[in-house]
Design a protein around this ligand. Structure first.
Ligand SMILES: [Zn+2]
Length: 353
């Protein structure tokens, strides 16, 4: 691993000096210079390909004007997509010439490998991870489901008229408790403080992630069963939406930014793609301030909103989810949706712990 780190840094240096960006040019320039290392050639190729990735990210960040340090690999880690083999229940990785290290694989890994191809392996001091790839056939959606994210819940509305609320109070509570502990902590030793926050922060992060994983898993599984495409608001500007001077209180803002809508969006997106479901993003404007039936403007003060124009009385979040769904349907029309929209909605509440 130490040698791999050195090779990787050599490759990064060469890449920076020569301005090589593609895997091919970097290979041509760096492979000769890695001659000095007495390691299987698979690792040289691995280091070159890893360096290409690192350099690509570095250049991308630089183009966007983000201030970044020149890349340098510090962590002891070995990543390669070449040279390894899986034989029955053993992973064989090359070591010195002709020798191989054998690593037994567990049942779960073997099961995954039986339906997917291993693409690369990453070895760290205490961990081995294998990344898989599978062929995904995109499912033609029979309908769509709109997802509205809120302070304490996610509200779903699909094109068959069904709505559902996933309660996320737990995640919000964990986050706000953490903020409280942090605010109360007055000890002045910076190092101790940092260490405690880091430890506490990791723990609460894990708990929140777990809750979000349950929620995203449920949403995607459900969408798969019904062959629904998923519609979400584009949250890339979410922090801008909830910032100072937008008329929200400080407490509200920090809670809105807290349980990571972005993380949930990311989870739903990759899980959906893994299942071949399509994901549509719509602009997050006006979804909660308009009637989902007639488009008339609504005031957002209460839990339940009543439209002054058409008389629709509906839960505020359900209304927003329906608007998101409608935006998605405009983007990608699905045949039976319109007649289904007027059906009476059945509501289910699911709580994730
Ligand atoms: Zn209305």
């Amino acid at each position: 691993m130490e040698q791999f780190r050195q090779m990787l840094n050599d490759c990064i240096r060469i890449g920076l000096e020569t301005g090589a960006t593609s895997l091919k040019t970097l290979s041509l320039k760096a492979y000769q210079q890695l001659r000095g290392y007495n390691v299987p050639s698979a690792y040289k190729l691995g280091a070159i390909s890893r360096a290409t990735g690192i350099l690509r990210n570095y250049r991308k960040a630089k183009r966007k004007g983000i201030r970044v340090r020149e890349p340098y690999a510090r962590r002891l880690q070995l990543t390669t997509c070449y040279g390894f083999k899986i034989k029955k229940d053993l992973l064989l990785i090359p070591f010195k010439s002709k020798e191989r290290i054998q690593i037994p694989l567990n049942q779960h890994t073997l099961q995954s490998l039986s339906i997917m191809d291993a693409r690369s392996i990453t070895l760290t001091v205490d961990r081995l991870s294998i990344s898989y790839a599978k062929e995904v056939t995109e499912i033609e959606p029979k309908g769509l489901v709109g997802i509205d994210r809120n302070l304490d819940n996610l509200t779903l509305a699909d094109s068959s008229g069904r709505t559902e609320q996933i309660v996320l109070v737990k995640a919000t509570q964990i986050k706000s408790k953490y903020r409280m502990v942090k605010a109360r902590f007055t000890r002045n030793d910076v190092r101790v403080r940092r260490r405690i926050f880091q430890k506490y922060g990791e723990k609460q992060q894990n708990r929140v992630h777990h809750i979000l994983h349950n929620a995203s898993k449920h949403i995607v599984e459900d969408a798969k069963v019904r062959s629904l495409g998923i519609v979400m608001e584009d949250l890339r500007g979410i922090r801008k939406l909830y910032r100072k001077g937008n008329g929200q209180g400080r407490f509200y803002r920090s809670r809105m930014n807290s349980w990571s809508f972005y993380e949930l969006q990311r989870q739903i997106e990759y899980k959906a793609q893994w299942e071949g479901l399509s994901v549509i993003y719509v602009r997050p404007y006006g979804t909660s301030s308009k009637c989902s039936m007639c488009g008339h403007g609504l005031s957002e003060e209460n839990r339940t909103v009543k439209c002054p124009s058409c008389g629709l009385t509906v839960d505020r979040d359900v209304n927003a989810a329906k608007n998101i769904l409608a935006k998605g349907l405009r983007f990608r029309p699905v045949a039976p949706a319109i007649e289904a929209m007027v059906q009476e909605s059945a509501q289910a509440v699911i709580s994730c712990h």
